[in-house]
Design a binder for this molecule. Structure first.
Ligand SMILES: [Fe+2]
Ligand SMILES: [Fe+2]
Length: 277
């Protein structure tokens, strides 16, 4: 069984499905795509855990060309790309009979079947650069600040999901492990919220691959210290933008995210304490 190949495929599927769930507009389809995305995330983690157990090395690379396939004009085409993606997943499992792969195969086959009922016909507007938000009036300065923030932060959230996931499967310290899990899921939520705003403004950007030195061969203590800084910087970025934004709802949203970032620092600090004690 080729673990690195399966991990890469599940990783690409996770990215495609989470971005697709942000790009489509119909609520029921959106929810179902988001559910599938979270299962593809778990598939990736489970494949990574099995690989670690078997002593197989892997990285968090993905093929940008693969991800780019979701950049289509209509929701119809998007669903076809996603179905093709699941078919490629299923083809990779061929001839493998173990509990993890059997689970993946069963999940993916059902998702494929379920996707046949998706009835979508809208246009994709996530990349059209309209730069407006419904019901929210922004002056030019706060608008450019928001655009810049959303582009930067969606990328950073993706980076954190990747790094925390990699560290999680390689760590056997219970408190650190649980912190990484919570941080990955909180970061998935942040990514979704930021990317949804970006999609509404037509400025959605797809993630870039993470350099290996961001997660490979990092001492855990050094990593935790660096990332406490990262999380506090994320808090600061939210506060700076909240200061500039006149709209009450957007301001409250940014303050809510900023307080979550403070808690991320706290989770990492607890992990650090557990290692030092
Ligand atoms: Fe965040
Ligand atoms: Fe965070």
């Amino acid at each position: 069984m080729n673990y690195p190949k399966i991990i890469k495929k599940e990783h690409e599927s996770f990215i495609k499905f989470i971005y697709a769930s942000i790009m489509v507009k119909e609520a029921d389809v959106k929810h179902k795509l988001n559910d599938i995305a979270l299962f593809k995330y778990r598939h990736m983690i489970w494949a990574m855990q099995d690989a670690v157990k078997e002593g197989v090395k892997f990285n968090m690379d993905f093929d940008y060309e693969e991800i780019l396939k979701i950049k289509v004009n209509t929701e119809d085409e998007l669903i076809e790309v996603l179905k093709e993606d699941l078919n490629q997943n299923i083809a990779l499992y061929e001839g493998v009979d173990n509990p993890t792969i059997n689970r993946f195969r069963s999940d993916d086959k059902f998702f494929l079947e379920e996707m046949n009922f998706f009835d979508v016909e809208g246009e994709i507007t996530a990349f059209n650069e309209n730069k407006t938000l419904k019901g929210i009036d922004l002056d030019e300065t706060s608008k450019s600040a928001l655009v810049f923030f959303l582009m930067e932060e969606t990328f950073k959230e993706y980076e954190l999901i990747t790094i925390y996931s990699f560290l999680k499967v390689h760590s056997n310290i219970a408190i650190a492990n649980s912190a990484f899990t919570d941080l990955a899921y909180d970061s998935i939520y942040h990514l979704k919220r930021f990317a949804s705003l970006a999609a509404e403004m037509g400025i959605l950007t797809l993630p870039r691959q993470i350099p290996h030195d961001k997660y490979e061969n990092i001492g855990i203590v050094e990593f935790l210290k660096e990332n406490i800084e990262e999380e506090l910087d994320a808090e600061k970025q939210c506060l700076i933008l909240a200061e500039k934004i006149g709209d009450k709802y957007l301001k409250d949203f940014l303050l809510f995210i900023s307080r979550q970032e403070v808690y991320h620092g706290e989770l990492l600090q607890r992990a650090l304490n557990s290692i030092n004690s």
